[in-house]
Design a protein around this ligand. Structure first.
Ligand code: PLP
Length: 453
């Protein structure tokens, strides 16, 4: 064991001046931990017969430094989304407006009125914050904001349909992705699922027949991420709601995306809006905060006051409640709608409404800077469980190479990572989803990826 005896001690390594600078960046305990781990590995791997030299102090400190960077790396960090998928679920769905981000920062770094009423000096309720704006904006009696839309649906069913029947057409027993399956959520809530109709057809008489039995809720789950085409039919939502109400039963609409603006104004198919559901008479409407609404992750339940009051009292409501960041960002996002400035201020709607000409000139600018690639016509998609099959015309930067997969890897290895796509062996980068503030980093990363060839 002659060799191992020359291994420096942790104390000796800590006395080196390089350790001082590591300690100032990472703190002493973590530096000690890194050194211990490196020394242990050297001991374990050492074998006299291989006569491998014991590394120098400097080399041990090098290894410790890389280990320290590894320890302190966070895995959740910004990326550049050049895929053209506006609400990319894996990349975090909606981007927040500047106002919404400011609102989050402000409640994060300061005490707030989260559950405090400054007029009385007494305890207040966190439920009021976004609720007031939702009431004004949508004309609803009441609103409740929870963690996400999946929990909103689970909560409503648990509170109002436990051990009771819930009617839903077979064509709506959907899986949204990420494990949200409507039938499973119903089972979890304790509701009894009553399937009606067939995969492609459901008639008003199917509802009427099922409503002969005592029922808690008739539910609609929006087909957010697929279409059924061909020999299909279903009654209008108003017909269904009227039939439901005639039987004295509640109607709940799980809209998923919950658009507040009309998507058909932007060359897209019509995504059912929250306002339409309410106008048609839905007693409760549930939708996500971070899909087409363009806000933070949230589940929003709006509708009748007596129902929301019952939902709020259910123990699950506490378990899935919204946090202060969500409430702050959601309120700021909803204010954009109230002030009729959603299209200008909310990134999701900026991306949807941006003019093709603007996209074209951005790609032209990119080509000038990187000195290669071609401008191509293509399509962007909405994604995130909204408007399945719908696309927006866009302009793309197309890059040819003999190994597109490898180039995509190189783009992803940049800081921040650039996420693109491949079609017909070409790398395609879509300016629609690259915010102007990120353009500099995008071009830097792109240039670096091209040089490394
Ligand atoms: C997206 C979606 C959900 C789940 O919403 P989250 O906010 O992601 O939890 C539920 N129902 C429908 C119809 C959806 O489209």
């Amino acid at each position: 064991m002659e060799g191992l005896r020359s291994l420096p001690s942790i104390d000796k390594l800590l006395q080196q001046s390089r350790s001082d600078s590591l300690i100032s960046i990472f703190g002493r305990p973590l530096v000690v931990r890194a050194l211990r781990e490196i020394l242990n590995t050297i001991r374990l791997e050492y074998h006299p017969s291989t006569a491998k030299a014991i590394p120098s102090d400097n080399s041990i400190l090098d290894q410790a430094e890389s280990l320290l960077f590894k320890y302190t790396q966070t895995s959740l960090k910004p990326v550049i989304n050049a895929t053209g998928v506006v609400l990319h679920t894996n990349l975090g769905r909606a981007l927040l407006s500047k106002e919404a981000m400011d609102a989050m920062l402000s409640v994060g770094g300061n005490y707030s009125t989260l559950e405090f009423d400054p007029t009385t000096g007494k305890r207040g309720s966190r439920l009021v914050h976004a609720e007031d704006i939702l009431r004004t904006l949508l004309g609803v009696e009441a609103a409740l904001v929870v963690n996400n839309n999946a929990s909103a649906v689970l909560l409503v069913l648990s509170a109002l349909a436990y051990r009771r029947k819930v009617i839903i057409p077979r064509s709506q027993l959907v899986e949204i992705g990420g494990g949200f399956r409507v039938p499973d959520v119903m089972k979890q809530s304790g509701a009894k699922l009553v399937e009606i109709g067939t995969t492609n057809q459901v008639h008003l008489s199917d509802y009427q027949e099922a409503l002969q039995e005592p029922t808690a809720i008739v539910m609609r789950a929006h087909r957010s991420n697929f279409q059924i085409i061909g020999f299909t039919s279903e009654p209008t939502i108003r017909e269904i709601i009227d039939t439901t109400h005639q039987a004295g039963v509640l109607f709940m609409d799980d809209l998923g995306s919950g658009a507040l603006l009309n998507t058909d104004h932007y060359g897209l198919a019509h995504e059912p809006t929250v306002q339409e559901s309410l106008e048609d008479g839905a007693d409760l409407v549930c939708f996500s905060g971070d899909k087409l609404l363009g806000g933070p992750q949230a589940g929003i339940i709006v509708g009748k006051k007596n129902l929301i009051a019952r939902i709020q009292k259910h123990p699950l409501a506490r378990a899935v409640r919204a946090d202060k960041f969500c409430l702050a960002a959601l309120s700021a996002t909803l204010l954009h709608y109230l002030k009729d400035e959603a299209e200008e201020k909310i990134p999701t709607w900026q991306m949807i409404s941006v003019k093709e000409e603007a996209l074209k000139s951005r790609v032209e600018g990119w080509i000038k800077i990187i000195g290669q690639g071609e401008i191509m016509k293509g399509t962007s998609t909405i994604g995130g469980g909204s408007l399945p099959g719908e696309t927006l015309d866009t302009w793309l930067l197309g890059l040819e190479g003999n190994n597109p997969d490898q180039f995509l890897d190189r783009l992803r290895s940049q800081e921040p990572a650039i996420i693109g796509r491949i079609e017909n062996d070409m790398i395609l980068l879509d300016p629609r989803t690259v915010p102007m503030e990120q353009e500099k980093y995008f071009l830097d990363g792109l240039l670096k990826s091209l040089q490394k060839k």
